[in-house]
Design a protein around this ligand. Sequence first.
Ligand SMILES: Nc1ncnc2c1ncn2[C@@H]1O[C@H](COP(=O)(O)OP(=O)(O)OP(=O)(O)O)[C@@H](O)[C@H]1O
Ligand SMILES: [Mg+2]
Length: 272
Amino acid sequence: MPPRATPAEAPPSQVLPPRATPAEAPPSPVAAGPDVGPALISLRDVSRRYSGATEVAALEHASLEIRAGEFVVVLGTSGSGKTTLLNLIGALDQPSSGEIVIAGRRISGASAGDLAKYRRESVSFIFQTFNLFPALTAVENVEFGANAARRKNATRAAVEMLNRVGLGHRLTHFPHSLSGGEQQRVAIARALATGNPIVLADEPTGELDFRTGLAILELLQSQAGTGRVVIVVTHNREIARVADRVIELSSGRIVSDRRVEGERPSLADLHW
Ligand SMILES: Nc1ncnc2c1ncn2[C@@H]1O[C@H](COP(=O)(O)OP(=O)(O)OP(=O)(O)O)[C@@H](O)[C@H]1O
Ligand SMILES: [Mg+2]
């Protein structure tokens, strides 16, 4: 049997159009809400407020459109709403107002079943706190993600992706016997082994030393190169230098949304 392509080389699943013609491509059935227009990720006046003793406006009137193939970096100080934004795009949370449309389908207000399918088969989440299963080994954690996304040859995909993040020698370690940075890399491998087209990474290099962080950044950048959307949340402004687009949040508001024009520095030119 010929070796299976790794997720980085494989085309993204059919739910999003290919990179070359994202603007013209017809909407694809990511979520089964009503067809409301040709968007990949589109937020229309989205707010998320938490009520309690004091109301928190975690995200206010956010509007943006993101195309397939974009490598987007979201910057902002602690508490500015970055994780809230990712959670809404990943349908882990629902907006208080406004609407979210993915590949032409509305996910805000979609049924629980449709949302579960969307999360499983369209979204790859790298959580800020890793969220590994403590009773599963590294390879089982990664395999779980690939299985949930209905990926064929999940075990092989898991082993390949753990090798790519430099953890081929830790396959059978449980999370408690991995360092923080190793756990973070298992979480990254679990997300990418799904092959899902929307990669949402919350501080994916936060626990990593500089060299390992660069290798992970290169891996994430390469995913966008295959036509996936990759959104990286970070405090690290150096990472923003190699993004296609930089969105800045402050107190729940998008205060800047700019495309990075011209030559990007190579990863070797970054320092932190
Ligand atoms: N479930 C919740 N209930 C109430 N307030 C919340 C809830 N989740 C988040 N918040 C508040 O919303 C704001 C935005 O939180 P969010 O987690 O999005 O920030 P962040 O930019 O990701 O910060 P960090 O860089 O520290 O991870 C914060 O002030 C936070 O306290
Ligand atoms: Mg956060």
